[in-house]
Write a protein that binds this ligand. Structure first.
Ligand code: SAM
Length: 359
């Protein structure tokens, strides 16, 4: 099957926005942690154009810090999902991925982009179940490597591809994808309009997108100091700058030139006893969930400190684990207050006459 064409030198010269660099990734955890914290400080104090350059680097360093923890706790798919009573996290993730596959009518011969593909869990599941050809875009080299290995292991190297690229500036030709989707990745963009613009360029006229993204809900009140505090902690500890409200998210997709076909907060589809943040509350039966209850937290903090001192765990493990707990606490608070959703789904189409017009 032909791969999506690379952008030509001519196309590249026409790129319409500043060019954030891909960050280095991988390497030492302590170094990644220090870089992340330093870039975070800088990003907080920066002008918008500087943030455009440094923010992706900061996010990639964030993933250098957290990826192994995520793999341990989440497996291969790093996204939340609406859950049913008695349904485990992984089953809920598969069900959500199948829903997006059905919405986009994925099948053999359809060229698809996975925007911010993580270590490839959703991509591999969706390629396996639909036969579609899916290219994962991600600027984190370690995650790309993990994805390639997993696709190879699954015998899906023909239909699963991985490209090391910043989704604000992808070195592929205009209109090379029939479809594109994202699971919780565009929330990291320093400016989501640039990401949507790039997405619009990459999808062919008549092509469709499905974005499942982090948003503030209608219950979020900017004048409520508790709401603002929770939001700030969610943004800080998850490297997700300026979360939009659900209506701002729809407006951004529309402003990028897509026709919005539907939008829905999938978090509302969860059964009452199984909210999307259930695993972070420590209510699942899993090691990762145990690490979230008070006894598990205490044990994890002690164990990581000892393992770090014995040089069995890499330096920085305890601090990374502490940051992850700050992130998880803020997400649970946001979920309980009903002011945030990690799975706001927007389905949209690029108009057939959308070859050159961006609104
Ligand atoms: C929460 S993870 C979700 C991963 C994947 N979609 C999944 O559900 O398993 C967010 C992903 O977005 C990627 N990402 C964030 N900013 C990016 C950027 N500017 N360019 C490319 N990838 C990016 C991260 O490296 C990470 O893989």
């Amino acid at each position: 099957m032909a791969e999506p064409a690379l952008r030509t030198a001519h196309d590249t010269a026409e790129t319409r926005h500043p060019r954030p660099v891909s960050a280095n990734s991988g390497g030492d955890l302590r170094e990644a942690l220090d870089d992340f914290l330093e870039l975070k400080e800088m990003a907080a104090a920066q002008e918008a154009d500087r943030a455009l350059h440094d923010q992706p680097q900061m996010v990639s360093r964030f993933y250098d810090v957290v990826t192994k923890f995520y793999e341990y706790g989440w497996g291969q798919s790093f996204h939340f999902a609406p859950r049913r009573s008695g349904e485990g996290l992984h089953a809920a993730q598969r069900r959500q991925e199948a829903g997006v596959s059905a919405l986009l009518d994925l099948g053999p011969g359809v060229e698809v982009a996975d925007i911010g593909c993580g270590v490839g869990g959703p991509l591999i599941n969706m390629a396996r179940t639909t036969g579609a050809s899916i290219t994962g875009l991600n600027f984190n080299a370690y995650q790309i490597e993990r994805g390639r290995k997993a696709a190879h292991k699954a015998g899906l190297q023909e239909t699963c591809r991985f490209l090391l690229a910043n989704y604000l500036d992808v070195p592929l030709a205009d209109g090379c994808f029939d479809r594109a989707y994202s699971f919780e990745a565009i929330c990291h963009a320093p400016d989501r309009s640039l990401c949507l613009k790039e997405l619009w360029r990459l999808v062919r006229p008549g092509g469709e997108i499905a974005l499942t993204e982090w948003c503030l809900t209608d219950r979020f009140d900017e004048n409520n100091s508790l709401h603002r505090d929770i939001r700030d902690r969610v943004e800080f500890a998850n490297a997700t700058p300026s979360l939009p409200t659900t209506s701002q998210q729809v407006a951004a997709v529309d402003a990028a030139g897509f026709d919005v076909l539907s939008s829905r907060d999938q978090a509302r589809d969860s059964d009452p006893d199984a909210p999307w943040y259930r695993s972070l509350q420590g209510r699942d039966v899993s090691l990762a969930s145990f690490a979230r209850v008070p006894a598990g937290r205490w044990l994890t903090a002690k164990a990581t400190a000892v393992l770090e001192r014995l040089l069995i765990a890499p330096a920085g493990t305890s601090e990374a684990s502490r940051i992850l707990n700050v992130a998880a606490d803020a997400l649970v608070e946001a979920g309980e207050a009903g002011i945030f959703t990690p799975c706001f789904l927007v389905h949209a189409r690029k108009p057939e006459d959308g070859a050159s017009t961006v609104r």
